[in-house]
Design a protein around this ligand. Structure first.
Ligand code: NAD
Ligand code: ZN
Length: 430
């Protein structure tokens, strides 16, 4: 743990690294570039090779797709209490997604033209569900169920398999419940390339969604243009901003929950209360000892955890906005006022009683959120991202006549007289 106080001589220098931009390292970019090229040029054959190389699994081309029978068997084999938990989360996520759907609308403009927007779900999307270090059952729901709620007909999922070629049955069950229509046991940047360019087995999609490690995120960036992508949701992070009303035990618990995600996780605590800072450090030590993922937690706390004492909460907000945390837990007397000042967080959890883990598994908004500073330019995953918008314009003869003089001015300035004439002709022939 690193503790930084505003009274330290190098305070300002220390904080400079908080101002982040999401960018992959040169090494990751290179590896991913090679992977994308291999899949684009050699399709399934490259997928088999790369799965052997990165996931140590020996697959045949016909094994790549997880069969409907396997998905059904996974769902049938789920224990009742797990099934209930999955269903509870699924109901919240689906309902939240339905509420936030964009609706078709129209208005009449100044010249009397009817203008509006219509939304259609994409026909075929690709969702990445991570599976390298933990089977992210919740991520299946937090992406696939939203695509299903948006009405996407073809929901393709790629997720890595273990050494023995299998995918965690709990994850498959969640995919089945959420409404995945095709599932492939392919992970990493090779999966993203396969969904973007298509292979013999995996037909290409038009948009790619979902979180992953640095390789997955970089691959999404490299295939951008061939497909569109949702956002850049990489390795998870939590920041807590609290004043003296923060409960040290709750704050420490949230920081430790983040640390157990392991390597690359960001954990930060900012407060204007020196007493609380000390209490949180002590709580983390006591609570940390009892947790199972000791190795992960220790390494994150050593390398990726900072606790910062700021003179005022407003200074804290400035740091929050510079860092753009994926999750922000905000505990403050002036909660509403401070929240309104936060402009870059992926999701905000308000008050001592709102654990980030409830947002991870159950609350309703997708837990797929921008990381690594990407929150400055991307919001978290929304239902809207699964629908494509088209604008619609309809003019009556009268609206056309009223538009004509203004169009004429534009067409003269731009030197495009055919444009002007295409409007004027309506007044003569209709
Ligand atoms: N931001 C969010 O909303 C959000 C949500 C859930 C999970 N996550 C994050 O997703 C990440 C999941 O990462 P993960 O690693 O567990 O699973 P993953 O499925 O993203 O990545 C595993 C794959 O990476 C590839 N890979 C591993 N090492 C490689 C190497 N050296 N070169 C090339 N490819 C390599 C392998 O093919 C492997 O299948 C975590 O960091 C987690 O925090 C983020
Ligand atoms: Zn988490």
């Amino acid at each position: 743990m690193k503790i930084i106080r505003y009274t330290d001589a190098f305070f300002v220098d220390e904080l400079r690294r908080f101002d982040r931009r999401a960018e992959a390292s040169e090494a990751v970019r290179e590896v991913v570039g090679d992977v994308v090229k291999a899949v684009r040029e050699r399709g399934d054959e490259a997928l088999i090779e790369l799965t052997k190389k990165f996931d140590a699994a020996e697959l045949r081309v016909r094994d790549l797709r997880v069969s409907q029978d396997e998905l059904q068997a996974a769902w049938d084999g789920v224990e009742p209490r797990v099934r209930e938990a999955l269903e509870a989360s699924h109901r919240n996520v689906s309902e939240f997604a339905r509420q936030s759907m964009r609706k078709n609308w129209s208005m009449v403009n100044e010249q009397g033209a009817e203008v509006g927007e219509v939304f259609h779900p994409y026909q075929r999307v690709g969702l990445y569900v991570p599976g390298g270090t933990a089977p992210l059952v919740s991520t299946s729901l937090m992406t696939v169920a939203i695509a299903a709620a948006a009405g996407v007909p073809e929901i393709v999922v790629c997720t890595p398999c273990g050494k023995d070629g299998t995918v965690n049955p709990g994850l498959l069950a969640a995919l089945k419940l959420a409404g995945a229509t095709e599932v492939y046991r392919v992970g990493g940047s090779q999966a993203i390339a396969a969904m973007a360019y298509g292979t013999g087995t995996i037909k290409p999609v038009v948009k790619i969604f979902g979180p992953g490690n640095a390789y997955v995120v970089e691959a999404k960036r490299q295939v951008f243009g061939v497909v569109s992508v949702d956002l850049l949701p990489g390795p998870s992070e939590v920041m807590v901003l609290a004043d003296k009303t923060g409960n040290a035990a709750c704050i420490a618990a949230d920081l430790l929950a983040q640390a157990e995600h392991g390597k690359d996780s960001g954990v930060a605590f900012i407060t204007d209360d020196e007493g609380l800072l000390g209490d949180v450090v002590r709580e983390m030590e006591v609570q940390g000892e009892k947790l199972s993922r000791q190795q992960m937690i220790k390494s994150v706390l050593e390398k990726e955890c900072v606790l910062i004492l700021v003179p005022t909460l407003e200074d804290g907000v400035e740091l929050v906005n510079a860092y753009a945390p994926e999750h922000l837990s905000l505990i403050a007397e002036r909660e509403e006022e401070i929240m309104q000042m936060v402009r870059t967080a992926g999701a905000i959890f308000l008050g001592n009683a709102s654990p980030v883990a409830v947002g991870d598994f159950l609350a309703g908004p997708s837990h797929t959120l921008p990381t690594g500073g990407a929150g400055k330019s991307f919001p978290g995953l929304t239902t809207e991202m699964f629908s494509r918008r088209t604008s619609v314009v309809r003019l009556s003869k009268e609206a056309c006549a009223k538009s004509e003089p203004i169009v004429r001015v534009f067409s003269e300035i731009e030197g495009l007289d055919a444009h002007g004439e295409s409007v004027a002709i309506r007044g003569r022939v209709l």
